[in-house]
Each structure stands twice: as C-alpha cells, then as structure tokens.
Design a protein around this ligand. Sequence first.
Ligand SMILES: O=P(O)(O)OC[C@@H](O)[C@@H](O)c1c[nH]c2ccccc12
Length: 270
Amino acid sequence: MDSTNEMAPAVRSILDAARERPGGGSRVAVDDARDLPAAFAAAEADGRIPVVAEVKPTSPTTTGESDHDPVELAEEMVAGGAAALSVLTEPEHFGGSVENYERVRAAVDVPVLRKDFLVKESQLDAVEADVVLLIARFLGDGRESKDSRANQVAEPPGDDLEPMIEAARERGMQVLVEVHTEAEVEQAVDAGAEIIGVNNRDLAALEVDLGTFEEVAPAVPEEATLLAESGISTPANARRMREAGADGLLIGTAIMDGDPRENTTRFINA
Ligand SMILES: O=P(O)(O)OC[C@@H](O)[C@@H](O)c1c[nH]c2ccccc12
C-alpha cells in the first residue's frame, strides 16, 4: 500500500516523478544562506507584511504557462517589497528548474526558498539553497513499523522527516516544513522544525480552504516562524491570515497574475 493512493492524481504523478528524480552529483555546502526569519523581522520593522512571493510558471491547478523571465519576475517582486522569494524547481508539473533557482538567487539579495517535492537526501544536492521546502505528508515520521500503524496509515513516499531536516541543516540550509493538519504540526515539531508553513491547499483534493490555517495555526509553538501558504488571493485574505497568527504569507498565483510588482506591494500593505 502507498499513501499516495489518497492523493489527487496530479499529486500522485508529481510524487512518482519525484521518486525517480536523481539528486546532485556531489554534496553541496551553503556557507552564505540568507536568513528567512531575519528577513521577516526586517520587513516588519519597516512596516511591510512579510511576503514570500513565488515564481511559479505553472501548476496543476492553473491553466497556461507564464513565459516571463523568472529573473525579471523575481526582481519585480523584490522591488514591490517581497521579504523573500520562492522558486519552483519541480520541472514536470510546475515548469520549474534548478537553473531558474540559481539565476534568481544570483540576481536578488533576499532569501530564496527552493520549492520542490524532495523525497530523498541526495536531492538536496541539486542546488545551493537558502531554504528548502520539506512536505511532512510525504516524509516518514520515523516510527518503526509504519505499515502496522493504525492500518490506514501507509508507507510515505519519502525518507523520514527528521533526518531530511538534519541533512539540509548539515548542508547549511534552513528548512520550511509544510503541514496541513495538527498531527503534521506535531510530526514537524518532533522532527525539530523551526519554520512551519500551513498549506491551505489540501493535496488530496487540491482544494483551497483558508480555514485550514485558522484551524491548524494554534497547534504551532509560539517560537516557530509560521507561514500561511496558498489561496491568498486578496488583501482581505492576507489580513485574515495575519489575524490568525501568520508571521509570513506565501503567495504565488495572485502575484504572478498581472503586474507582479504592483501585486506584491498590494499584499505587503494589506
Ligand atoms: O499560488 P498560491 O495559491 O498562492 O500558492 C502558493 C504556494 O503556497 C503553492 O504553490 C504551494 C504550496 N505548497 C506547495 C508545494 C509544492 C508546490 C507548490 C506549493
């Protein structure tokens, strides 16, 4: 059995591809990672809502593909006041690439999140990153016999979360652990997560519900840096997530659609 059977077909296909994707050749060491919590604090200090603006050429839930240069988009987002950026490196379903990531990181001075579906340690070596995304749902929780646990919980597609977090930190990277439920918050905290993102999009159904963040956020420890992810499409949505405790907001589609600079500015001033 495989827990990906519960996933939307698009997500299953993403994970199948992720498992096949090779890692980097040799181990990377990042000695100049830009600090995400510090970037959030700097944004707050000058009155900007901390926004992580996402360069996302396409996705399973959008139509068409942006043909804009990722570096130009990224520079516009930073000019618009983004505290940090997120760049997709998943090639098959999100139109991302490691090259996009490298070019963007070289062009800006804010922290850049590597957004991908990483399931094994060697995949961390594909590119030097300030912050990597690890999705709790796809990584194990380290318990010994996953298959016997509560019957319905099956083998996750990836390695265990805790060693993945440690492997990223050993390489000098920070880690954003993405969760969708209170149980996953517990898994993330047990594994040592310090930056936690609650994804409003349910990866089983691919539907967005901003109520997810409101429900799950109270389970996140005060000292963690907390992000609200997905489905933030208006300044009112942004205020709602901030009121529910978000330190930062991860926004893709609503910034990519139209003028990314103006869009970013609208959200940082929400
Ligand atoms: O475009 P949106 O709804 O603003 O969402 C951005 C981001 O949260 C979303 O792209 C995302 C959240 N978690 C992910 C994991 C993998 C790929 C993408 C994602």
